[in-house]
Design a protein around this ligand. Structure first.
Ligand SMILES: Cc1cc2nc3c(=O)[nH]c(=O)nc-3n(C[C@H](O)[C@H](O)[C@H](O)COP(=O)(O)O)c2cc1C
Length: 187
């Protein structure tokens, strides 16, 4: 069976960012799943200096990746009870490439709420993008204590949680891919 292509999108760009460890971990776990082909997307590697989704404001690299994607896994750290502007600007650069595709979320924070507020804030935008949200978020509280200096995960309990999120995302991606390929699109 053809693999599902599921990019993992990191939410921030700052040099000392910690949520990138989460993005790397989620990408790494995809490597163990026979149904999935993954790619880790770092917004630092894309050129999106201006807002919007006009052709001149897109990065063709991301246009190609998002068109090919069967699903997305977003890492959403909490910034002042919301999600980082970088992630929103990145996602806003495309629109039709999201329609009828599922998205899973990993929430991250340095406090106890584990990015829950960031995820909940992003859901209405995901819906407007045509994305179908899964209900199996993975939440990473106290992120500065979850990884060592080399970025190694210090609590293995997160691994089955990520695998569970992938299981649901794969189900949604398989179902919606069938729908996109076999049913008339209403959009
Ligand atoms: C600008 C900024 C705002 C933040 N606001 C919150 C917050 O409202 N609640 C919280 O629990 N953590 C907050 N944090 C902590 C972050 O969730 C945590 O540091 C996380 O690692 C940020 O992602 P990053 O390391 O990839 O930048 C904030 C961090 C930054 C840099």
């Amino acid at each position: 069976m053809e693999k599902l292509f599921i990019p993992v999108i990191a939410g921030t760009t700052r040099p000392k960012r910690r949520s990138f460890n989460v993005a790397k971990l989620i990408h790494e776990i995809a490597g163990k799943l026979p149904e999935v082909e993954s790619q880790l997307l770092d917004p630092n590697d894309f050129n999106m200096p201006f807002d919007g989704n006009d052709e001149e404001n897109k990065d063709p690299k991301y246009s190609e990746i998002s068109a090919k994607a069967d699903a997305f896994f977003l890492v959403l750290p909490e910034y002042n009870h919301g999600y980082p502007g970088t992630l929103k600007r990145f996602m806003d650069s495309e629109l039709k490439n999201y329609v009828h595709k599922p998205v899973a979320f990993a929430g991250v924070s340095n406090g106890p709420w584990a990015g829950v507020r960031a995820i909940e804030a992003f859901v209405p935008s995901a819906r407007e993008m045509g994305l179908a949200v899964t209900f199996t978020d993975v939440n990473f509280p106290f992120v500065s204590k979850l990884f060592d200096e080399e970025g190694k995960l210090l609590d293995e309990a997160y691994i089955p949680r990520i695998e569970k999120a992938y299981k649901e995302l794969i189900w949604m991606a398989t179902t919606l891919k069938w729908g996109r390929q076999n049913l008339e699109q209403n959009t």
